[in-house]
Ligand binder design. Sequence first.
Ligand code: NAD
Length: 500
Amino acid sequence: CDTLDKASSFITSHSSPFLLHNFVGGMYSAPHNSSASPSQHITSFEPKTGRPIYTLPCTQTDAVEEAIRAAKSAFPSWSKTTRAERSAILRRVSELLQENRELFAIWESIDQGKTLERARIEVDRAISNFSYFSTFILHEQTAARMVDGVALTYEHRSPAGVFALISPWNMPLYLLTWKIAPCLAFGCTAVAKPSEITSMTAFLLGGIFQRAGVPPGVINIIFGDGATTGAALVASPLINGVSFTGGTQTGIAIRRLTAHQIGKHLSLELGGKNPTLVFADSMEPSVRDRTIRVAAMAAFENQGEICLCGSRIYVEKSVYSDFVREFTAYVKQKYVLRETVGAVASLQHYDKIRKYLELAVEQKATFHLGSAPPALSENEAQGYWIEPTILTEVAKDSAIQIDEIFGPVVTITPFDSEQEAVQLANDSEYGLAAILLTTDGARMRRVGEQLEAGLVWVNCWLVRELGTPFGGMKNSGTGREGGEHSRDVFTVLRTLHLPA
Ligand code: NAD
């Protein structure tokens, strides 16, 4: 039975949970450990209800190696296909995703907890990942130089080999395809592993690749946790590169696991605790609404489960109380549970966020929103629902201000001067993103260029063009992805010198 049809009928019938199968060598198959003990399977729960929805294998080392060998065998011929051939296949993938948009969006929403509307946005972005890289590779240019009439020098790139592509649970399809699309476009093959918390859309992707005619072994998708499946995958000497998105501690573990493999390409997109700076001029009547809207969107989109969310808001003292009042009123009206705010992704994550909220009570922070548990229906009572929460009076050295909570929780803190705003913004081990709200053109550059963040948004948030470099500073990661930066991840570069 076709995987996509099976998943569609599951949604309508809601029959008993099914077991996801690895997609290896162009086919779905249970890994060898499927008959093993239940501890080698993982159950996935629906965040909105807390009910089990499917089971996935925790792929063990032997089966991980089998998937890597499939990718290795497919590499010689895939890496020699023309760019036009690869482009046509990737375009077909994007078309098929478009045709199945609703199926993917519904599953993403069920599996991750996000609203259906948010899931649709992310499926659209996954479609763009394939369409963007399908055309990008058709327009690549090679740099060549004549050196004093003595030698012609040119740069030659070739696919870097077999990649491990590992993604987190917050934007499952979007982030995994952000890796798969360029990896395949630049001629590499891969073993991809989604988060064990949200594996469903990755499972469905196998069906898309089959229908699109991606040759067997070019992309393999395996399921499992980090400690067993992920670690075996990244550590394998047959893996030439790792493109990883996830938490900083996991990034450190991957660095350790691969430290002796110097030539292994590592692209690490890690955690963040991003600042939003609100200057007094951005609260002038003509731009006030935009300021509130951008700060709120940056804080609460996708329940705050976006690595780029601005969870530390700093506001110039003269407009501080106005901002707190208007921001709270806006969030209360706009970010409503079920309508625009989903459930958080897992019970473990829910418990983690609740601990920070308990700490806020203990430390006597002021709750402007989110002090009471949400009212839930019987169906939702076991779900992982957290109200958008706005806190003030949180000390600078509180774990609430320092740690990445990665949920619908923001702090608001006043500042006196521009210098202090920059210092507060940069006072973090992370350096992924920052949001700057001001109407002063000189300040946009002056402050923007001092912020220790790989991505700075001025009076906007999450605006992306897929060619722009994406990545963080400090403990938020290393390497950049997007357009030619993804090409650096997935290709090796040699310089040839030919006598003139
Ligand atoms: P995580 O690090 O726990 O897991 C991410 C992935 O890594 C999962 O697939 C997991 O199974 C795997 N993994 C875990 N241990 C591993 C190991 N030792 N070897 C190989 N793989 C391993 O992160 P998470 O909780 O799934 O996601 C949340 C984190 O992701 C947050 O910190 C968030 O900021 C970050 N994130 C970053 C970006 C970015 O672009 N910088 C984007 C989204 C999320």
